[in-house]
Design a protein around this ligand. Structure first.
Ligand SMILES: [Zn+2]
Length: 113
């Protein structure tokens, strides 16, 4: 299950940030998940619930935020939000849009003490 390794990566990022900025507890954190990243939010939350107890983020409130991607049409150049790769261009109805963003899992706002 790749959500478990993603959750592990989030924890490692938090620990690295804690060393850099000298905090010991994470109160809340936001995770931005790109809609094209292929991440199952339910599974990610489950994975976080499994690994965060006993860590600096044990009591953290975790907010998962979905980030849309943008797609640029390769036929007419129109750029519009992209929900999945097979969505046709809203301007000319062509398939084949280049996606920007929406493919990563990134750490957003962090509240620490
Ligand atoms: Zn188009």
């Amino acid at each position: 299950m790749h959500e478990l390794s993603l959750a592990q990566g989030v924890l490692e990022e938090l620990e690295a940030a804690a060393r850099r900025h000298a905090f010991t507890r994470v109160c809340s954190l936001e995770l931005e998940v790109g809609v094209l990243a292929g991440v199952d939010l339910e599974a990610l939350r489950f994975a976080l619930d499994a690994i965060l107890p006993g860590t600096l983020a044990a009591a953290a409130e975790v907010r998962l935020i979905e980030r849309l991607a943008e797609g640029t049409c390769t036929s007419c150049g129109h750029t519009a939000p992209l929900h999945d790769r097979l969505q046709p261009c809203p301007a000319c109805n062509a398939l084949g849009r280049r996606a920007h963003g929406g493919m990563a899992l990134t750490l957003g706002k962090l509240e620490v003490e």
